[in-house]
Design a protein around this ligand. Structure first.
Ligand SMILES: *Cc1c(COP(=O)(O)O)cnc(C)c1O
Length: 409
């Protein structure tokens, strides 16, 4: 064991490991790969391919799954936002591609203030600036309104390059209403749907509701490699995104990508290595993501939900006599949701103490405290591997027992 591992602790090739009951977050190395993903990645090792052929192949599979005209595999949803923004800023103008992040064209992205978040840094990195609209007065506890369709309409002008919409159950106004405004002004609408799978119908929903580009994470509940994602949408925008992340070190005469993927007649030349070069996926990741997508659709929401619900129930049953008074599997009846095992603690401090207590020792257990209900500890089943469950139960039981059988801190 190397010096990096905890004394006597669990380790993977010398690196300390943990049990992840916090869900598929990047910080904790994402979700377990779906069945078939590793096999696809191993098989990818047996041959060489042209990466334009491979992304065109991916595009057809993504189009099939999402109903979009086209798509590419990216290195995550954030990469999708950056490439999608670059596509909106440059279109198929090769000069503009080469100049990014500088641009002499429209470069503002309209976004609702309440939807700003750390991941939208990716849009700025491509060269855009945000024009913020609306206020989340409801969330602030100081009113009833959020951004409204007219706010978007009023903000659209000659500098507008796109609208960014961050999808969540709390997003206001509904996407359909923003899409209507975007369509009327021919402004591209980018949707960040990174964590909106499941339900599986969300693969098609945002394109159907009028999004021009949609970014998903591959490494969250989709079960693809942690460093992958999907960007799907309008064919011309996806072509622009592809040209700005694929390897362009090729003479124009030798450049003959599949015509359904890149229409070369619309290019006056070839761009140099693009602004997205730094987020290139390899063929192993692309084949892996496609296998995950296939499995995600084949397994279906019901079976996936039952699998996750069983893990929650196993933990609930396992801690038996040590269980806190209020412990439920939330979302257990809704196959479109990720079921979560939630435990109500005495107060915020008790919940934090429980979370912190579980995160100590030779094999830390990572969990979450709900930011909207800070007295609730939440265990997410997605990243729990079967052999880890008894160890999690033992640790949780021991901690709850030490605290007198109740989570009162
Ligand atoms: C996770 C997340 C991202 C980033 O996704 P990656 O695939 O890790 O790049 C972006 N936006 C939202 C809303 C997210 O939840």
């Amino acid at each position: 064991m190397s010096g990096g591992a905890r004394a006597g602790g669990a380790a993977l090739r010398g690196c300390p490991t943990l049990i992840n009951a916090a869900g598929p977050v990047t910080r904790l190395s994402g979700a377990p790969l779906a069945p078939g993903v590793l096999d696809a990645m191993v098989e990818a090792e047996t041959a060489s391919v042209d990466m334009f052929d491979l992304q065109a192949h991916a595009s057809r599979a993504i189009a099939q799954a999402t109903g979009a005209e086209a798509g590419i595999v990216t290195t995550g949803a954030a990469a999708g936002l950056m490439l999608g923004t670059a596509a909106c800023l440059a279109g198929l103008d090769v000069g503009r591609m080469n100049a990014l992040p500088d641009t002499d064209g429209p470069s503002e992205i309209i976004v609702a203030r309440g939807q700003r978040n750390g991941y939208d840094h990716a849009c700025l990195a491509a060269g855009a600036r945000f024009a913020e609209i609306g206020m989340s007065e409801g969330l602030a506890g100081a009113g009833v309104r959020d951004a409204e369709p007219w706010d978007y309409e009023a903000a659209i002008g000659p500098r507008t390059a796109a609208i960014l919409y961050v999808e969540s159950s709390r997003s206001q106004p509904p996407l359909t209403e923003v899409a209507e405004v975007a369509r009327a002004s021919a402004v591209p609408l980018i949707v960040d749907a990174a964590a909106e799978l499941p339900p599986a119908r969300n693969l098609e929903r945002f394109v159907a509701e009028g999004a021009d580009l949609v970014a998903y994470s591959g490494g969250k509940a989709l079960g693809g490699p942690a460093g992958t994602g999907i960007l799907c949408g309008r064919r011309d925008l996806i072509a622009s995104a592809a040209l700005q992340c694929l390897d362009m070190d090729i003479p124009r005469a030798a450049f003959c990508p599949p015509a359904d993927f890149i229409d070369t007649s619309r290019l006056r030349g070839l761009p140099r290595q693009g602004i997205g070069r730094g987020c290139k996926p390899g063929k192993h990741e692309i084949f892996g993501l496609l296998a995950a997508l296939e499995h995600f659709i084949a397994e279906g929401d019901e079976a996936r939900h039952a699998r996750w619900r069983d893990i929650c129930q196993q933990i609930a049953d396992g801690i038996g006599p040590f269980a806190p008074a209020e412990m439920v599997v939330e979302g257990a009846g809704d196959p479109g949701r990720v079921p979560l095992l939630t435990m109500r603690c005495a107060d915020r401090a008790a919940a934090n103490a429980l979370r912190a207590g579980l995160a100590t020792g030779s094999e830390p257990v990572q969990s979450r405290v709900d930011p909207f209900r800070p007295e609730f500890l939440i265990l997410n089943p997605i990243c729990l591997r079967a052999p880890e469950i008894p160890r999690l139960i033992a640790k949780l039981s021991a901690y709850l027992d030490r605290k007198g059988g109740r989570t009162d801190g």
